[in-house]
Design a protein around this ligand. Structure first.
Ligand SMILES: NC(=O)c1ccc[n+]([C@@H]2O[C@H](COP(=O)([O-])OP(=O)(O)OC[C@H]3O[C@@H](n4cnc5c(N)ncnc54)[C@H](OP(=O)(O)O)[C@@H]3O)[C@@H](O)[C@H]2O)c1
Length: 169
């Protein structure tokens, strides 16, 4: 089982504006991300991301995807294939049997996974934009991980994908 973290970010590591707006993310990036999620057949996201992503029209592409929402709260999910997990570790248990697990934000969830040492690879699609205020790729907590660059790809003429392996100590 391989756990990948897949995110789109600005050149300076922002994943959304302060008001959660992500309209700087290209159609090409969405298509690349969506294909990776559908290929894996699963997606792990934080509670805030769930509330935002499920309101986007493109979310219908994930109809058949097993979706795990990490949250400490109890709430009604929107579909029977949407399951709540109390922790990152538990979310992987719920997805036992999948070859690849896709973790995809937001910043708080990404940090939770990195702190727990649960991420094997990171894909970063770098949008050609910078802005100063927003939500970071990783929420501000004390952790560190060394990475090895294992691939780069042009998503389209103005956007690059970075692919890293997380080096285990
Ligand atoms: N650019 C991209 O590729 C991309 C991808 C995804 C999201 N986003 C953006 O990211 C933003 C949301 O990110 P965010 O950092 O604010 O929130 P988030 O990570 O989506 O959600 C945070 C919530 O997830 C739950 N959670 C996280 N870690 C947990 C843990 N260890 N144990 C239990 N529950 C845990 C908690 O939910 P409870 O409060 O319910 O306990 C927490 O409040 C949105 O603007 C979204 O659009 C961007």
């Amino acid at each position: 089982m391989k756990v990948i973290l897949y995110m789109a970010m600005t050149v300076n590591g922002m994943i959304a504006r302060e008001n959660d707006d992500t309209n700087f993310i290209s159609k090409e990036e969405w298509d690349s991300y969506s294909a990776a999620v559908r290929k894996a057949g699963n997606l792990v996201i934080g509670h805030r991301t769930y509330n935002i992503l499920t309101k986007q029209p493109e979310f219908k592409e994930f109809e058949k995807v097993k979706l795990v929402i990490v949250s400490r709260k109890k709430f009604e999910t929107l579909a029977s294939n949407h399951i709540i997990s109390k922790s990152p570790k538990n979310s992987l248990k719920l997805l036992k049997g999948f070859g690849t697990i896709v973790v995809a934000g937001g910043g708080i969830l990404n940090t939770s996974f990195m702190k727990a040492g649960l991420v094997d690879e990171i894909y970063l699609d770098v949008e050609p934009v910078v802005f100063g205020r927003g939500i970071r790729l990783f929420s501000e907590e004390d952790f560190e991980a060394k990475l090895k660059l294992i691939g780069t790809k042009k998503i389209y003429k103005n956007e690059i994908q970075l692919h890293y392996k997380v080096i285990r100590r």
